[in-house]
Design a binder for this molecule. Structure first.
Ligand code: ASP
Length: 315
């Protein structure tokens, strides 16, 4: 039996201690703790990595502090459009949704697409029709309304800018640099790994814009032979750098360790093209990496027999 491991993120960006109240910080840490405990409970009971990443991401989706599910940011026309994906490292099966509305837990819809359809990615109305056909849980607009997020949209509209952001407490300039996607990677006692990601995308986004989160290989990837990865950051750069799959490729074809592969992509390749953000990653040996090139990243990790660690800022 393998020792289990789990890591999650709640977004990366300009997260400064100077802009955080102790109360807010505690709320974020508690949100991370709740999510990682939800995932760990499954792994402890010899459950699967797939179930663990889904449970951890659902917990973050249900928490209005994070830009996913309930706390999703607003589009230019005042709606919430959600993206999510999930992948299992043993069979390389994957599922994803882009631009869905009123879905309570997009990560679970992504999983249903993987398990109950012959497709990988469904978008918008079509995805909603599929969701109804499998009795997925819907929630009304009021469920997704978070005042701080709505205020952010008004702020973004003033300058007609698109914010990759999840927090209303900083200045507009800082807001531009915050990313609120959530994600998880897990290794179970059976030796299998999995990854999942979920997001509301960017405040004030238009034209059905989707970022890296629903794109397998960009925002999410898992392969038992290499690693499981879930990303957060400026999606356009993560798509162009095929971040999650690139880390896996560096391990598979070049024999790099998880750490060296993460360093190469997050601290060199992405930095070179101006791609801000980070990711959580682990391999089948239980090594965990939580790299980011931004000021901070909401993150937590746990390994079998060890305490849960949560962190927000650069150490
Ligand atoms: N990567 C996400 C996107 O571009 C944003 C985020 O990480 O907050 O949609």
């Amino acid at each position: 039996m393998t020792n289990y491991a789990l890591a999650i993120h709640g977004g990366a960006g300009t997260i400064l201690k100077s802009l955080m109240t102790p109360e807010k910080e505690n709320q974020y840490r508690q949100g991370l703790k709740d999510a990682i405990e939800a995932g760990e409970a499954i792994l402890k009971n010899k459950g699967t990595a797939l179930d663990a990443v889904e449970a951890a991401v659902r917990s973050l989706e249900n928490n209005p502090l994070f830009n996913a599910g309930r706390g999703a940011v607003f589009t230019n026309d005042g709606k919430n459009e959600l993206d999510a994906s999930i992948m299992r490292g043993d069979t390389l099966q994957a599922g994803a949704v882009a631009g869905v509305r009123n879905i309570k837990n997009p990560v679970s819809l992504a999983r249903a697409i993987m398990e109950k359809s012959e497709h990988v990615l469904m978008c918008g109305e079509g995805a909603a029709t599929f969701a109804r056909s499998i009795d997925a849980e819907f929630a009304d607009d009021a469920y997704f309304f978070v005042q701080a997020r709505y205020d952010q949209l008004q702020e973004a509209k003033k300058t007609d800018r698109v914010f990759l952001d999840h927090s209303g407490e900083a200045s507009a300039e800082d807001n531009k640099k915050k990313f609120g996607t959530v994600g998880a990677v897990a290794l179970d006692v059976h030796g299998n790994i999995a990854a999942a990601t979920s997001t509301g995308g960017m405040t004030n986004k238009k034209f059905g814009r989707a970022g890296d989160s629903p794109i397998i290989g960009a925002g999410t990837y898992a392969n038992n032979k290499t690693c499981a990865v879930s990303c957060t950051g400026h999606g356009e750069f993560f798509i162009r750098s095929v971040v999650a799959y690139d880390i896996s490729c560096l391990m598979e074809y070049k024999g790099l360790s998880l750490k060296d592969a993460c360093d190469e992509v997050v601290h060199k390749k992405l930095v070179k093209i101006g791609g801000e953000g980070g990711l959580v990653a682990l391999d089948a040996n239980g090594n965990i990496e939580l790299p980011f090139n931004s000021e901070g990243m909401y993150r937590a990790s746990v390994k079998q027999g060890e305490e849960i660690a949560t962190a927000i800022y650069r150490d």
